[in-house]
Write a protein that binds this ligand. Structure first.
Ligand SMILES: Nc1ncnc2c1ncn2[C@@H]1O[C@H](COP(=O)(O)OP(=O)(O)OP(=O)(O)O)[C@@H](O)[C@H]1O
Length: 249
């Protein structure tokens, strides 16, 4: 039918299939929190974490899970140094290069520019060649018109792909991903999981997306009661535990 011209061929969105660049392995400890206490207000009766010990290394594939508002995103911001502990120590290897992805990451995009102009202007030392940047963005499933349209006109999923492209270009050796699957379709989530699994650096993910966590998490850490504890089962078992807890309320 298609060959006879009766129906139009189906043009599907290209699924992005990318890799984070291989990185040098850093010896442990790479990132550690020792005896950390934190509250936003600085008041002792308002703490999110008390006397927390936590470590992440180059082979970590850690999922941070737990109830809403318990402090998972806060923990990532303590890792990056954007927030400071009220007491205790946060230590980072001197060669650690963190790559943070969050819902706020898209705020770095200048929506009045096209993706192509934006990356070319942001990394003038990498290349000024449009063809080079077309190929780079193409790896993230952003092709044709979506490369040249103003970013303000793109969907959330398309903007997320640009943010992932920027993250990979920066070449981090540890990824901190806060709800990375929001706005992504299932094939793209699977592609992200493949990229995380192939990455040679450390990964910490905050996500409610059990599909992603099932594919990538080696360690499941539950944030609750002002600390974190290891979940010894699978992510599926954690999900069942949550469901049971909900039905018992
Ligand atoms: N900048 C801030 N100043 C004061 N309080 C904050 C700030 N950011 C977050 N909080 C509060 O700290 C608590 C933990 O927030 P956080 O976003 O870390 O939780 P979370 O576990 O990641 O939540 P969710 O799963 O809903 O994303 C919440 O009560 C939140 O309202």
């Amino acid at each position: 039918m298609e060959a006879d011209g009766f129906v139009q061929p189906v043009h599907q969105d290209r699924v992005f299939s990318f890799r984070f660049a291989d990185v040098e392995k850093l010896p442990p400890p790479v990132l550690s929190l020792d005896d950390v206490t934190f509250s936003y207000s600085g008041k002792p009766d308002d703490t999110l974490y008390e006397n927390l010990d936590f470590g992440v290394d180059m082979d970590s594939r850690t999922a941070l899970v737990g109830p809403n508002g318990v402090g998972k995103s806060t923990l990532l911001r303590l890792f990056t140094g954007k927030l400071h502990a009220n007491s205790g120590t946060v230590s980072r290897h001197s060669h650690l290069k963190l790559g943070m992805y969050s819902q706020h990451s898209a705020e770095q995009l200048d929506l009045t520019k096209s993706a192509l102009d934006f990356v070319r202007d942001k990394y003038p030392g990498v290349s000024q060649d449009y063809q080079y940047w077309r190929q780079q963005l193409g790896k993230y499933g952003l092709s044709g018109e979506s490369q040249t349209a103003l970013m303000g006109t793109l969907s959330e999923g398309q903007k997320s792909r640009i943010v992932f492209a920027l993250l990979a270009i920066e070449g981090p050796n540890m990824l901190l991903l806060d709800e990375p699957t929001n706005g992504l379709d299932i094939p793209t989530i699977d592609s992200l999981a493949d990229a995380i699994n192939a990455f040679s650096g450390g990964v910490v993910v905050v996500s409610h997306d059990f599909r992603l966590l099932d594919k990538i998490a080696k360690d499941i850490m539950v944030c609750e009661h002002k600390t974190t504890r290891r979940w010894d089962g699978t992510i599926g078992e954690y999900k069942a535990h949550l469901r049971k807890r909900m039905t018992n309320i």
